[in-house]
Design a protein around this ligand. Structure first.
Ligand code: NDP
Length: 783
């Protein structure tokens, strides 16, 4: 028995293209522009031209942004229910025209009809349904937030309509308006979607779609009228966007590349794992950011498993994407084929074993056979680079810790798939893998209720779920921030200045690294003068080397991240207790440094803030989602890792505590630059830390020049996030720009101030979200 041809009809899709004379303008303000400079969209399965689209100009982007801006009050004025109705209509229309969309997507992209029909379309509709719900509930569930404003969205070609839905649905639900750019290779389903917007009653200017190449993306990114950029695509372009938006105040989310591990333990259901692997690396020809492109298999079953994989690869059917029984379709473009071929050739040149099943490739179009590479070293290009094709690189491991080490041996951190029949092993491994999504005994599962997004160079921000909605909103407390840092009115310091004490003058306040007092590597110190001009003390001038030592100490203190939240809370309470015992001393220090009228108030607020984050430590729980599959998805709030923090100059104790406490409460370790102007209260704190059971290396304090130290923090490869809140606009922009190197997360305050006494501005879930990242672990059950 063999398969007969089972082609899906393309009649309707071709008729739709004919109906548009196979030429499209831009969709701006609910109107189609006259087609102008055109570029072609082809069917990658046979190379035929499908249609021509318009290359948008800067002036077009300008018009689109202006239309989106005008539409904001209209769209927001409709209220949550009004928006929910329109989004529900979009979901219904997507379902109604699902077949036309699926065929058009297959023609334009080359992916099989089985995938567009059964995965892309149902998920796209589900996204609009789910987010219609968020629109309805917004005023209740996100009462302390508002929409960001005009959002620029840029997507790649691998899931054209699905990525459109992931972007547009949450943005609209939250009350934003959008300027959307599809990928040059695959813009046709976005054109069809624009027609649905008209039918669904989306008001003019709410959804604007501009087509064209990377220049259009760049014009959106650089437009000053855009409040947020949401990008999915290559890490390379993501980095450019991070640099371009630095200092602009634009909100940013990046969903970038991956090199995701697919880990098979010896006790796994091997046949199930083989099928999972098919869904993982041969789904969409491997052109998937979260493709399981690195197979890590336990040595004891390696040969047996690879034999099964090869046997299954022999049975993969490659051919016309419109044939309903095909497993593997065409690559999106010959450029992509050449890129994949070059990487596979590099593996051959490095002596790897490249295996491909006997497979006839169609004469026309862009194709690449399923490929298995063995014998690659961990540093080989194919083991490290995102191939973005149907190419699997297999390696082996002996023990679970070795599996984790190999899994994390990448700059990326998007997803992982773990196969074992032992739930205890699976749930032990899942938190250890640095990735935003972990699928247990499954692969490539997605749902609108479950956040998706990366760690490390796979980007930041999440799409889907509650956390995805937050990417499209701004906390009202941010709007309430003062225009400039709040500096307390000075009083005449009624404390005897330390300068009067010759022993105090001689003392140089030490830095604090790995739980020990440390002298600066530079051997230089700088004077700190009090409010009355007297010399209070000298502080060490920290340098690059001190930061390096501090980061090393912070990494060694990883036990803090795995400690229980209860344990972390106890330590924070203990710090508060010990600070309270020395409240007078700290108040005197603040008064001497700043001349504060009421230094006791700052100390008491600091104690309260420690209590506040101690309280949160064991309450910032995750969620258990119930996606429409048989399973649960557990959203865990994990620590970010090592965070570099530059503290404000005002409120030198409270500012320090308000930033350090949430970070360590959630399990991060920190390297902190205290207030450059008034560093002594922070440096005094190490005596409190030493008596409060805080493990060495969790908090490291490096005094010195804020600009210089911030630069080092932002460029350090082993720091995961940088926060800067010292009111320096240029300094904050620089942190954002330099963070692009390793795509660190950033939280910067810009030139505005922050009322450190205000619980709304300096506390709450918005701060905790900066101190954590959500990992979604999918756990299927049943048979
Ligand atoms: P890109 O990152 O170049 O493209 C993604 C989107 O960004 C497209 O809409 C693109 O436009 C646009 N774009 C390109 N340059 C800029 C710019 N300077 N500013 C703003 N937007 C820009 O990915 P490619 O499509 O070129 O693919 C290259 C490689 O990237 C792939 O081989 C793969 O390895 C990886 N990739 C990863 C994806 C993921 O989801 N992780 C998705 C796609 C690609 P246009 O389409 O017109 O070029």
């Amino acid at each position: 028995m063999d398969y007969g041809p089972a082609p899906e009809s393309q009649k309707e899709a071709q008729a739709w293209l004919d109906g548009h004379q196979r030429t499209f303008g831009l969709f701006i303000d609910n109107a189609w522009s006259e087609p102008a400079e055109l570029f072609a969209s082809t069917n990658p399965a046979d190379g035929t031209q499908l249609a021509e689209l318009t290359q948008a100009t800067d002036a077009d982007v300008e018009r689109a942004v202006a239309a989106a801006r005008r539409a904001l009050p209209v769209w927001q004025g409709m209220g949550g229910h009004g928006r929910a109705k329109v989004m529900y209509a979009l979901a219904r229309l997507l379902q109604k025209h699902a077949r036309l969309f699926a065929v058009l997507e297959t023609l334009d992209n080359g992916k099989t009809i089985r995938e567009t029909r059964d995965i892309d379309l149902p998920l796209a509709a589900r996204h609009f349904y789910h987010h219609a719900g968020w629109a309805q509930l917004q005023s209740e569930e996100f009462a302390d937030y508002r929409a960001v404003g005009v959002v620029g969205q840029i997507v790649p070609w691998n899931f054209p309509l699905l990525m459109l839905s992931w972007k547009i649905a949450p943005a609209l639900a939250a009350g934003n308006t959008v300027v959307f750019k599809p990928a040059e290779f695959t813009s046709l389903t976005a054109m069809l979607f624009a027609e649905l917007c008209l039918q669904a009653g989306v008001p003019a200017g709410v959804v604007n779609i501009v087509t064209g190449d990377g220049r259009v993306g760049s014009a959106i990114v650089n437009h000053p009228g855009v409040d947020k950029i949401a990008f999915t695509g290559s890490t390379e372009v993501g980095r450019l966007i991070r640099i371009a938006t630095a200092g602009s105040g634009k909100k940013l989310s990046l969903e970038l590349g991956g090199k995701s591990p697919f880990i098979v333990f010896e006790d796994a259901d091997l046949d199930g794992a083989v099928e999972g692997l098919v869904d993982s690396i041969w789904f969409n020809q491997g052109q998937v950011c979260c493709a399981g492109s690195r197979l890590l298999v336990q040595e004891s079953i390696q040969e047996r498993f690879l034999n099964k994989v090869r046997a299954r690869m022999e049975n993969l059917r490659l051919g016309s994407p419109l044939d309903k029984s095909m497993d593997v379709g065409a690559l999106v473009d010959p450029v992509q084929r050449q890129r994949i071929a070059a990487l596979v050739d590099s593996a051959r040149a490095e002596g790897c074993n490249v295996w491909q099943p006997a497979c006839e490739l169609p004469a026309d179009g862009s194709w690449f056979p399923p490929t298995l590479i063995t014998g690659a070293s961990t540093s080989a290009a194919v083991a490290q680079a995102e191939i973005f094709g149907p190419v699997l690189v297999a390696m082996s491991f002996r023990t679970p810790p070795e599996a984790v080490q190999l899994a994390n041996n990448t700059v990326y951190g998007l997803a992982a798939s773990v196969w074992t029949e032992s739930i205890s092993l699976a749930l032990d491994i899942a938190p250890a893998i640095k990735a935003g999504v972990v699928w247990i005994n499954s692969a490539n599962q997605f749902d609108a209720a479950c956040g998706f997004g990366g760690y490390r160079e796979s980007g930041f921000g999440r799409e889907g779920g509650r956390e995805g909605m937050l990417e499209y909103m701004t906390a009202l407390a941010e709007d309430a921030r003062p225009a400039l840092p709040v500096v307390e009115a000075k009083a005449k310091a009624n404390v005897k200045p330390a300068a009067a004490d010759p022993f105090a003058i001689d003392r140089t306040a030490k830095m604090y690294i790995g739980g020990k007092q440390a002298r600066p590597d530079s051997a230089y110190s700088a004077p700190v003068f009090g409010a009355n001009g007297a010399l209070l003390a000298e502080v060490g001038v920290g340098s690059r080397k001190d930061i390096r030592n501090a980061v090393e100490a912070a990494h060694k203190a990883s036990g803090w991240t795995s400690a229980t939240a209860h344990n972390r809370a106890q330590v924070l309470y203990y710090i508060a207790e010990n600070l309270a015992a020395r409240a007078d001393e700290f108040a005197a220090r603040i008064a001497a440094m700043t001349g504060s009228k009421n230094p006791e108030k700052e100390v008491q607020a600091s104690i309260e803030r420690l209590f506040y984050y101690a309280a949160w430590a064991d309450k910032y729980d995750g969620l258990a989602h119930q996606p429409p599959t048989k399973g649960i998805t557990v959203a865990l709030n994990e620590a970010v890792g090592v965070i570099g923090i530059v503290c404000p100059n005002e409120a030198p104790l409270l500012g320090f505590i308000s930033l350090v406490a949430p970070a360590i409460a959630l399990g991060n370790r920190v390297v902190v630059v205290p207030s450059e102007a008034h560093p002594l209260s922070a440096l005094d704190l190490y005596q409190v830390f030493d008596t409060s059971d805080l493990p060495g290396g969790v908090v490291n304090i490096i005094s010195g020049n804020a600009d210089e130290l911030a630069r080092t923090l932002a460029t350090h490869a082993d720091i995961d996030a940088v926060w800067r809140h010292d009111g320096s606009l240029d300094g904050c922009a620089e942190v954002e720009r330099l963070s692009a190197g390793t795509l660190k997360r950033t939280w910067v305050g810009g030139a505005k101030g922050r009322d450190w006494y205000s619980a709304a501005q300096s506390g709450g879930r918005a701060v905790l979200a900066h101190a954590s990242q959500v990992k979604n672990v999918w756990i299927p059950y049943g048979v």
